[in-house]
Design a protein around this ligand. Sequence first.
Ligand code: ADP
Ligand code: ASP
Ligand code: MG
Length: 445
Amino acid sequence: MKFGGTSVKDAEAFERVAKIVSGERENSPVVITSAMAKVTDALLNAFEIAKRGDLSEAFATLKEHFKRHEAIAEELLNESQKKSFFTELTLAKEELSDLLLRAERRSLPFQMLKDAIVSYGEQLSSRLLAEVCKAKGLNARQVDSRRVIVTDDEYGSAKPIWDETEKFIQLELNGLLEAGEIPIMGGFIAANRSGETTTLGRGGSDYSAALIGAALRAREIQIWTDVTGVLTCDPRICSDARTIDVLSYNEAAELSYFGAKVLHPKTIQPAVDYAIPVRVCNSHQPNEKGTMVLAESEISSNKIKSIAHKTGITILRISSARMLGSYGFMSALFQVFERFRTVIDVISTSEVSVALTLDNTDSLDKIITELERLGDVEIEHGHAVICIVGEGLRASSGLASKLFSTIDDINISLISHGASSVNLTFVIKEEKVNEVIKRLHNSFF
Ligand code: ADP
Ligand code: ASP
Ligand code: MG
């Protein structure tokens, strides 16, 4: 059972979580929690301020968040629990202040420090949640995720080393579960082989839950959030977005990869590997059914299940007469992206040109310099990817026509369709994204 930041944002939310967990206690749950809402952002922000040289300001920005933890402890814990939580919090403050000082002095590699700092969000929320659950009569125990999830050294988006992770999770948790204890763990955080703290990427608590669920061959992985399941589009754009009852793993993977924040894109893989159902449910409305993500789903009557989008996308167009009738060009092209560890999202090709989109532009300048050896390169910033998802999309006729006629006054910069059977993806200017999604949602749902 994984609870996201908004599901642990204040005392009331912590109580709700304890109640939901209590309802499952006969089923040997393992609980994964995110940092309290806004805490991860605050820690990252404090790190940036310290890096710029203002240590006291950096630490000061965290005070309100320490207070939020204290307020929950005050409200929900008994005296001795309070005492031990406050001791833990004081220690966390000292350690954080020391880490921020190192950031200011640049005395350790930045990426490593950043992960160490940001991990306190989940360290504290999991400790607090374990205490709250105990106060509510549950046999709960905090387990440090860094002891069980082993990753490589890619700070900020570390990759778990599955064999070791699986073994450690089983060793650490099976005994506790058999003894009737409820392990409570922070999501998102892990450690590399030398024991340094790493993190799994923003939104990574979902991924932690899936890894743990897979290692334990759980009956179900539950993702508890602030909306009722996966919806037909981002509810912040269309307030009439509806809950989807069942999604296939493929549909969910495409949706989350192209921006449906409700599931972290990597969540699906461990669940697929062990055929574990993923249920997305609402911690504010625990009785609503939410969405089940399963190996297979039904084809919906209008073929489309949901519309996802991702903004901040850059298009690169590379054209070269050398492409004409030659081989090896694509390979040379992809090697450039591999060298700079940059993921390509959408791609489309013609006889002499390739257009592709990037989300991460950290190495853009270097990539362009290299690509210019292959051909002429054009760059267009400020785009958005829209991804229409539904099992059976590729095999259905008339759909593209309906889709594009709904937005026939909007310029489409790039289209990709047919690579997977479940999605149709296109790219437009970022400022049009809300309008396009609203029109498509109206027309299809
Ligand atoms: P958590 O803190 O629980 O991890 P997130 O903020 O990461 O929650 O994800 C939940 C949010 O994802 C929702 O509040 C919603 O605004 C957003 N979202 C975007 N697209 C979708 C979608 N298709 N279905 C449901 N939620 C979506
Ligand atoms: N707290 C982390 C984040 O905000 C991980 C998560 O919530 O899933 O990215
Ligand atoms: Mg999330």
